[in-house]
Design a protein around this ligand. Structure first.
Ligand code: DUC
Ligand code: ZN
Ligand code: ZN
Length: 456
């Protein structure tokens, strides 16, 4: 054996039990009550610690051209921060350029990602130009191992948006080929109209970023997306759900038996729109924006009821000087925040504080994304035969997030000063130790592209 992790408490989405784990060639080979007779090159004592599957961040934007710049974490830096936050698989968004094929888009991004990734990764390709060829290629892309695609209902001026007709065509085709469509739901016409009014009135602070995209702007698009998915009986995944009315619509559709998945992000579970009144409010500018307390409460309720399927980060950070472009005009602030290193520790700290169970955190941050996006059971659980993507968590360690103890390339964090009850001790990616006691120990280029299964 390469490694045995002894004396820890294993947490999966369904079970909590004490056992030892034996690892060989990057896989979990054995799980047993006490693997004392097995020889191993290394024994890791996890007494008093929890052993969890590595998290899957199913929503990142690494070195992505956006907002007049490129998001500040490269594939190397972003996946390094991921490893240090217990994330062992990252799903990045690859934006299709006009005229490009879907596999071509993914392969283009892979050229940047493969030499640098510190953890395993996959791509959702964002469809921005639906030609006849692209419609046909959806099938080939699923066979290639890319089984999820994104559509934007916003970013019209930026050339990323698809209209309702295109969205419906994609949804219909996704059903035929066994793909899952993820949607960013906000209403662009309302946003543009409101931005125009605010700028004309000289209302330029980050608070007006929120007011240009308030609850109802997101809710309308959630409802529209769900309406089309229901009408076509196609599965749908709503990314970064942040509002109460949308949450209620998801719940209603799910209660009616439709396959609708909702993802939310840690920033919506911790911060509210009050952040936009702060001096550093521009650092929190992302889309959709943080919403009011009622929405945050509804998201937590959705977690409890099972109507939130996953937590992911929408990690898309920008440096302070880039955020400062919008000091006097919120429309000039590049949209996006950091979170890849904070998601799992934050959610686990909430579990440690009794807000939800550790099993539920594992389900939301690891098992569900693996199942929904076609990479279970290799990813997303602790089981014999699964990849040894493992986090050892110390529930007694107290941790305060600060820019200095983070591992991304960004010069600030919206999570500055947040205190966590419990923290990650170690992260293993396919059996290799990539994080220990605050230090990144991984390797650039270690991460592998994950070929995923389609839905049938
Ligand atoms: N929202 C952001 O805030 N950043 C990147 C893309 C997005 O949809
Ligand atoms: Zn988005
Ligand atoms: Zn996003």
């Amino acid at each position: 054996m390469d490694k045995i992790i002894k004396n820890g408490t294993i947490i999966t989405a369904t079970d909590t039990y004490k056992a030892d784990i034996a690892i060989k060639d990057g896989k979990i080979i054995m799980i047993g009550e006490s693997l004392n007779d097995i020889e191993a090159k290394e024994i890791i004592d996890a007494s008093g610690k929890l052993i969890l599957p590595g998290a899957i961040d199913a929503h990142t934007h690494l070195e992505m051209p956006f907002g007049g710049t490129v998001s500040a974490d490269s594939y190397g830096a972003g996946t390094r921060a991921a490893a240090c936050g217990g994330v062992t698989t990252v799903f990045d968004f690859a934006l299709q350029k006009k005229g490009e094929g879907l596999i071509q888009t993914a392969e283009g991004r892979n050229k940047l990602c493969e030499p640098n990734a510190c953890v395993d990764y996959a791509f959702h390709v964002a469809i921005t130009d639906l030609t006849k060829e692209v419609l046909l290629e959806l099938k080939t892309a699923v066979e290639y191992g890319i089984s999820s695609f994104k559509v934007f209902m916003v970013y019209k001026k930026e050339g990323l948006m698809v209209n309702d007709g295109v969205m419906c065509k994609i949804l219909e085709r996704s059903k035929e080929v066994g793909a899952l469509i993820a949607v960013h739901a906000e209403n662009p016409d309302l946003i543009d109209m409101r931005i125009d009014e605010f700028l004309k009135a000289g209302k330029t602070s980050p608070w007006y970023h929120y007011l240009s995209r308030p609850e109802f702007v997101e809710a309308e698009a959630d409802k529209r997306a769900i309406h089309w998915a229901k009408a076509l009986n196609a599965p749908l995944y709503i990314v970064h759900l942040a509002n109460k009315e949308g949450m209620e619509e998801v719940k209603k559709a799910r209660d009616e038996g439709y396959e609708i998945y909702a993802e939310t992000c840690p920033q919506y579970l911790y911060f509210t729109n009050e952040v936009y009144k702060r001096e550093d409010g521009r650092n929190f500018v992302c889309s959709p924006p943080m919403k009011g307390q009622d929405s945050q409460d509804a998201l937590w309720k959705g977690i409890k009821s099972g109507d939130i399927a996953t937590i992911a980060t929408d990690h898309c950070p920008f440096q302070s000087y880039e955020k400062d472009w919008g000091k006097d005009d919120f429309t000039k602030i590049p949209n996006g925040c950091m979170g890849i290193e904070n998601m799992y520790p934050f959610m686990l700290s909430e579990a440690n504080n009794g807000r939800l169970s550790y099993n539920k955190v594992v389900e939301l941050c690891s098992t569900n994304p693996a199942k929904i996006f076609g990479c279970a059971p290799e990813k997303g659980t602790i089981a014999v035969g699964s990849d040894a993507d493992i986090v050892i968590y110390d529930p007694c360690k107290q941790f305060t997030i600060t820019k200095e103890n983070m591992h991304s390339d960004v010069d600030h964090t919206i999570w500055e000063g947040v205190k966590l009850n419990g923290y990650i001790d170690m992260t293993f990616s396919r059996g290799m130790l990539v994080f220990k006691d605050g230090q990144f120990l991984g390797k650039y280029g270690w991460g592998k592209f994950i070929k995923r299964k389609g839905r049938k």
